[in-house]
Every structure is written in C-alpha cells, then in structure tokens.
Design a protein. Structure first.
Length: 312
C-alpha cells in the first residue's frame, strides 16, 4: 500500500476469507493470535433482510455465526482478546423512549435488527463465561463520505442511495442536488440517531487503548438525534431543494422521539463531535467535484459513483 498520510500500511496484510467458515476463523486466529479483535463484518441492511424468507435466514445465520465463530475461536485457541464490535441502535425498537447504554430487550423491528440483538446477547454471554472484555458499539445512522485522512488523500467511501443499502440522509442529498423534491414519509417527526463517519472511526480507534472493565460494555455510538423532517429541511436549504410530504406506508408512531444516553460513548470519543451541517457541506462539495448528477433518481447513479471510487 505504501505510505499514506504519514501512515505506513506496508506492514499490514489483507486476507480474503469467510467468517462463517469456522475452520478458516480458527486457522487465522491460531496463526496471528491477536490481542484485539475489531469485528465490523455483517449483512447490514434492514430492507434486504425483509425481502423474503431466504434473505431473512441468510441475514441471521450469517451475522450470528460470524460472531460466534470469532468468540469461540478465540476461546478455543487460548486467546484472551479485547473484542470490539458494532451492532445497532435499533435493537430496542420503539420499546423505550430513553435508551440507556446498557442491555435492553431485543424488540427490534426487522430481521436484520433482531440478528444484532442476538449478537448483543452472545457478547454478554462471552463476557460472562469466557471473561472477555467485549465492547459493543451500538452504531447509529452513519453519514459522511470521508474521514479527515480520506479527505487529505482525495478519496471517499461509498455513497449508496438505493432502496436496500442507501440511507435517507444520502437520498435527501442526492434529491436536493438533482433539483428534485426531498420526499418525507408522513409527518417526519420521528427522531433518529446519527453519527459522522469521522466520529465512528475515531471512537473505534480510541477503544483499542481505552480501559474497559472485563465483561460486556455497551456504548450508544451516536452524537445527535434529529427529526427526519428537520434533516430534510436542513439538507434542502443547503442544496436549494424543496421538501415534499407523502403518505407513510408504514404502521408506526410517527411522533416517536428517541433519546439515547451517550455519556460513556462521548468519553471514548474524547473530542468535539462533528458538526452535521459542516459535514453535509463537505459531502455536497465533494459530490459536485466528483460526479455529475442527472434528473433521474434511481440506483444507477449510486452504482456509477461507487464504481468510479473503487477504481481510484
């Protein structure tokens, strides 16, 4: 890889493998014997898990088996690692108005989110039975295309706007830049938790050296909560777009306000959280430089941008 941003990546190795393959996981752990394991792999899409029974089963079997293979692989190889992983703030569903940084009921609203609730329970069990230090970041909706390092290098991560892997955040930016109405389902008064890509990565890196107690620690990886309609209005202002309300096809409490306690997480982050408006401006500026938006709103644009970035 060479030297990028003052960091020499030549000593890092890349191994292609399947974490659902128990033999592969055991072999890698036996060879490298890590002191810290950061597990970020998952099938991360709620809509994908809802397509049919095949995708629901794939999502749950894949997500749960990867984590169990890593936990038991570490145990059976005589390792005692710090185990860091990301799940989701969606595990409690709408069961709580105030969500603490602690174990909650698994009341998730999709087959994907339920799978991460099972992951959380298995992390607790590994901490209890194996004595592992298991750090669970319950990750909120991540926005942003670049960390500060990626910005210096002039590269970016994916910008998904499609139904299955896109986010409302990205969709609003794309619609606004195309001069299309930013469509909000129903009232748009539900609040959702968000965190920037920069703060997500920064907190994960900090967690390597941060001293956690043995057992299972839950952190709500979020820095702000905002109503969907307020998010749309903010992005519309910054992209010269217009907000349009349409009927909500989902049966849900449209005025549900989620409040996430995040004091423990902010202590790990140990810096001023990213300003959302500032990051949106940086996203829009990068997209304007990198790619021309058209008047069609489909998944092709997202795929073309991703392909362009993958080649850079």
């Amino acid at each position: 890889y060479g030297d990028y941003g003052g960091i020499d990546y030549s000593r890092y190795i890349e191994i292609n493998g399947d974490l659902t393959d128990r033999d592969f996981v055991n072999e890698i752990l036996a060879i490298h014997r890590p002191d810290v394991i950061i597990h970020l792999a998952s099938q991360p899409s709620m809509p994908y898990s809802q397509i049919n029974g095949e995708r629901a089963l794939y999502t749950q079997v894949t997500n749960i088996s990867m984590l169990i293979n890593l936990l038991w692989g570490a145990k059976e190889n005589g390792l005692f690692p710090k185990f860091i992983t990301t799940t989701t703030t969606g595990i409690p569903g709408q069961h709580y108005a105030v969500i603490e940084e602690a174990q909650t009921l698994n009341c998730a609203g999709s087959w994907y989110h339920v799978s991460r609730g099972f992951d959380s329970a298995n992390l607790r069990l590994a901490g209890l039975q194996f004595g592992f230090t298991c750090v669970e970041f319950r990750t909120s909706i991540v926005y942003g295309l670049q960390t500060e390092l990626l910005r210096k290098l002039g590269i970016a991560t994916r910008f998904d706007t499609d139904y299955y892997f896109g986010t409302a955040f990205n969709r609003f930016i794309k619609m606004g830049m195309e001069g299309k109405p930013l469509t909000v389902y129903g009232k748009g008064l539900q609040t959702k938790p968000f965190i920037s890509l920069e703060d997500t990565v920064h907190s994960l890196v900090n967690s390597i050296d941060y001293i956690f107690p043995a057992g299972h620690t839950i952190l709500n990886q979020t820095t702000s909560s905002i109503a969907i309609v307020d998010l749309a209005n903010m992005i519309a202002t910054m992209t010269s777009g217009q907000v349009k309300h349409i009927d909500n096809p989902r049966k849900e409490n449209e005025e549900f306000m989620m409040e996430f306690k995040n004091e423990k997480f902010l202590d790990v982050l140990a810096k001023e959280p990213t300003d959302m408006k500032s990051e949106v401006k940086k996203m829009v500026d990068y997209l304007k430089r990198s790619y021309s938006f058209t008047t069609t709103c489909d998944t092709t644009n997202s795929q073309e941008l991703n392909a362009k970035q993958d080649k850079s």
